[in-house]
Design a binder for this molecule. Structure first.
Ligand SMILES: [Fe+2]
Ligand SMILES: [Fe+2]
Length: 182
């Protein structure tokens, strides 16, 4: 694999791994504050980030060794409203800067499997952003967010509220690949 793309996969793995943990920490905080649906949202999206990290990791299976991995990651821990701001900031960075540039480099370097892995993440981060924005609005009005079952595709991280689709619109896996957070 070309070095620049491999480095981007490692950074994306780092960023997704940290997002996975950060959202679990924020889920506990939201529960403490009585926002049970916001807590469930953080837990479900944390699972999508785990799926992304796993997909990136497996995509670079032929690149072994130890590397220092720089990655952009949000920090800060306070009330759920502020934690949601950090989540919104992280998802926005991934959508507006990180994944579009990683996709462009992977495409230019003809690294198709890396390009696909980045695209899988990019498409679900766009959904995560909207879900976090809706949660933020509710919390800032002193309410928990209205939230149905959250479905996470275990192949690509595609995230959907409601029933699992017959087929994932992103990676085309059948509905058995969805994990429900109810
Ligand atoms: Fe995300
Ligand atoms: Fe999928």
């Amino acid at each position: 694999m070309k070095e620049m793309t491999a480095g981007n996969l490692r950074s994306a793995f780092g960023g997704e791994s940290q997002a996975h943990m950060r959202y679990l920490i924020y889920a506990d905080k939201a529960k403490e504050e009585g926002f049970n649906n916001v807590s469930r949202l953080f837990t479900a999206i944390s699972d999508a980030e785990r799926v992304h990290a796993t997909h990136h990791f497996k995509t670079m299976a032929d690149v072994s060794g130890a590397f220092l991995v720089p990655s952009m990651a949000g920090f800060g821990y306070s009330a759920t409203s502020a934690n949601l701001d950090i989540a919104i900031g992280g998802e926005s960075f991934e959508i507006n800067e990180m994944y579009p540039s990683y996709i462009a480099v992977a495409k230019d370097q003809e690294e198709g499997s890396a390009e696909e892995s980045f695209r899988y993440s990019y498409l679900s981060e766009k959904i995560h952003l909207k879900m976090f924005q809706k949660a933020k609005e509710a919390v800032d009005n002193g309410k928990d967010v209205d939230l149905g079952v959250v479905q996470i595709c275990q192949e690509c991280g595609y995230t959907k509220e409601g029933d699992a689709p017959a087929q994932c619109p992103v990676c085309k896996k059948p509905k058995e690949w969805f994990k429900a957070f109810a």
